[in-house]
Design a protein around this ligand. Structure first.
Ligand code: SAM
Length: 326
């Protein structure tokens, strides 16, 4: 394969007739429309930052950012810009930096430095330098194309759903595969205090807003409540769950919510009484059309009144870790 075949999207400019020399010197902007470069610029713009703003934050000149967004510059500048923009790649092995991700990806693909050098047209020394966080963006992109052509920006973390109006965003249903683990670990659900007619959650009693129920004022009851609340009112629902549990109206409560831990109430009150499970990976909730939606934020399961055995069973079924009540 020719070196020029590697970029998925590029614009050859008059200033760059000799690809090999351009790559080694880093002065060729053949990579200016590589997906990584496009997305990096989009990430800066999404934050409302000028090139100068990013430059000031990472301690380089505005010209360096301008060049970076044309695919020109050092890998070191790219790495610090990625950190500042909270920009990470998915579709490539994990690692603390992009350089480490590329090295791990090469090892995962059982590709030697020599073989990669042959594929990319780069020297083994250049590949070693990129894997150490050095050399040019152009070399790095060339390696990325060879090892992980489908790599793309990881969806940025948000504490809210990105699409739809508030009511739509607050009506995302727990998928049945997740519920199966809840049933297996904690048992049959007596009450879903914030239910929806389209939700697959199985509970003996469901409070449904459209039927005149109100989980925020009606008394809870039974042995087990499962709570996947409207995320726009997460704290209100966690407080309600805690209050109903403290009142002895419900023996055990299992809540699935975004992993937001910034409130004083979480630290001072909930942590004392609740066991909190931080999920590895994200649950895909269902929307009102039955479509599975990726979740753009981390999740935690807040549990009140469960036994050690229940907590252990849950951990055997769902990847994550417990922060036990203190
Ligand atoms: C995120 S959905 C979860 C549905 C279901 N519990 C599940 O896990 O699939 C939250 C639902 O709570 C309902 N809701 C909002 N406020 C409520 C209230 N005060 N009482 C009862 N339900 C409410 C909304 O209609 C919404 O569909």
């Amino acid at each position: 394969m020719l070196a020029a075949d590697y970029p998925r999207k590029f614009e050859e400019t008059g200033s760059c007739r000799n690809l090999a020399s351009g790559l080694s010197s880093g002065i060729c902007d053949i990579w200016r429309h590589h997906i990584l470069i496009d997305d990096l610029r989009a990430a800066r713009e999404a934050k409302g930052w000028l090139q100068r703003t990013l430059a000031d934050r990472i301690g380089v000149s505005a010209q360096a950012v301008h060049r970076l967004e044309r695919g020109i510059g050092s890998t070191a500048t790219l790495e610090v810009a990625m950190v500042a923009l909270d920009f990470r790649l998915t579709g490539v092995a994990s690692g603390k930096s992009l350089a480490e991700q590329l090295r791990n990806q090469r090892i995962r693909k059982k590709t030697s430095v020599a073989a990669l050098a042959k594929r990319t047209g780069l020297s083994p020394t250049t590949i070693a330098a990129v894997e150490q966080g050095g050399d040019s963006v152009a070399s790095l992109l060339r390696i990325l194309e060879a090892l992980a052509p489908k790599a793309k920006r990881r969806a940025p973390e948000r504490a809210y759903w990105g699409q739809g109006d508030k009511d739509d965003r607050d009506s995302r249903f727990t998928p049945d595969d997740f519920m199966q683990s809840v049933y297996a670990a904690f048992g049959e659900i007596d009450l879903d205090p914030c239910a929806h007619p389209l939700s697959p959650v199985v509970a003996k009693r469901k409070f449904i807003l459209e039927h005149g129920d109100d989980g925020l004022t009606d008394h809870w009851f039974g042995k087990l409540a499962y709570v996947n609340p409207p995320f726009s009112e997460q704290l209100k629902w966690l407080r309600r769950a805690h209050e109903q549990w403290r009142a002895g109206n419900i023996r055990t409560v299992v809540c699935l919510v975004p992993a937001r831990t910034d409130s004083a109430w979480f630290h001072e009150t909930l942590r004392v009484d609740a066991d909190v499970y931080f999920l590895q990976g994200r649950v895909r909730f269902l929307d009102t059309s039955g479509r599975s939606q990726p979740t753009p934020f981390s999740l935690m399961v807040v549990v009140l009144g469960a036994s050690d055995e229940q907590l252990e069973t849950f951990a055997d079924l769902i990847p994550g870790f417990w922060m036990r009540r203190s």
